[in-house]
Design a protein around this ligand. Sequence first.
Ligand code: DLL
Length: 453
Amino acid sequence: MHLCIPLTCILAAYCYFLGGVIILSTKISRYDIISQQEKQLRYTIREGEKKSPWIKSQLSKAGLTANDIKTREDLQKMPFTTKQDLRDNYPFGLLACPLEDVVRFHASSGTTGKSTVVYYTQEDINTWAGLMARVLKTTGLTNKDTMQIIYTYGFFTGGFGFHYGAERLGISVIPSGAGNSKKQLEIMKDFKTTSFTSTPSYALHLAEVADEMGVDPEKDLSLRQGVFGAEPWTEKIRERIEQAFDIDAYDNYGLSELCGPGVACECEEKNGMHFWEDYFILEVIDPDTGEVLQDGEKGELVFTPLWRQAMPLIRYRTGDISRIMDDECTCSLPFKKIERITGRSDDMLIIKGVNIFPSQIEEVISQHPEFRGHYQIIVEKEGAMDGLTICMEVTENLFSGNLKDLLQVQKELENSMRSTFFISSKIKLVEEGAIPRSMGKAKRVIDNRRNKK
Ligand code: DLL
């Protein structure tokens, strides 16, 4: 780890270490955090200029040398790095160390195009594990817990990220991987699992399977909490998961390009995710102009990791939309929080000229008591116009009852959509299980307009 020694010594008085990553237990000043960030930034740029052809080319593109970047403000002189840059440099163009020092490859899920590769040295893996241990500790887990990891182990970072972090914290890990829901529930019961991690949409699916199997989470399982992420979800979905499993459900955020999970997570307040400011500099920008916004303003998250050896990145544009919250948290962590991610800038739908994120649609439909958590948004051309249909699963008894009730629910929802977005849409109510389930990230949008080009 390249932590600056004198500052580390000061911080050590307040904290303890987990695999080189500092887990803070009391408040440190904003001044100390910023000084640490800037020291690490200078180090990252200096090393990058020497070792990373990519960072060297970015510096020269801006007519700069490493000496010109000393502060957070100076960082704004540097160009952004985008997913397209990673694709253009596939597979090894961003490597900043000899290939023999690389101990791991991961790749993004490629939901919005060709997947992108990331590489790690052993030290990168150690730091990542420490950052993930910090996530898990922040959500209240300890070495007394048993965690079932219901993410794919493979190119996707979810499985390995949680696995290494949980082991680092001394949690008993069940690496069950994604899929086979019945088996997952049996394992939960037999091993007295106290926590599990998956995508929120998969957690909902697991709750349905538990119901079908007659598993009563309160009586039959030992779960007390769960950590969910990798896709957008709403407060209503949290409520549903918490009720179904009788647990506290925490949000956590990350992306492969930065390490994987381990960038930000909720504390017991469950109101915004603390991001690890001593390991990342975060800027929020206007996605159209690239202008850096003030704290509190909503925009695209841009991260500069301050610790990576194999693949340092400067000003990485995540595409994710959120804002830095300016209110203080009641927990003891000194790090600022970001609001729940509302979507990706490239997920935004423009329907009849109105900009809508899928999560905003979820916000509206999830208010209805009959909603079961699963939905799909279908956009297609109806003549020259855009047509929007929302298929949503509703409670079983609605179909066995009166047709009038069904039509009433449909009408109520269409009215809510119209009054929120000022456009008309069709609501198609379907039975539970009608929408395909995913073992990982849910596919919420089918935009047939794109296919018709
Ligand atoms: O999804 C890493 C991860 C694994 C995070 C497990 C959390 C838990 P990627 O496959 O590269 O990596 O996808 C990253 O997923 O840019 C966001 O758009 C989205 N995303 C991740 N976490 C959240 C979240 C992993 N909590 C992309 N809320 C990111 C909303 C999220 N979206």
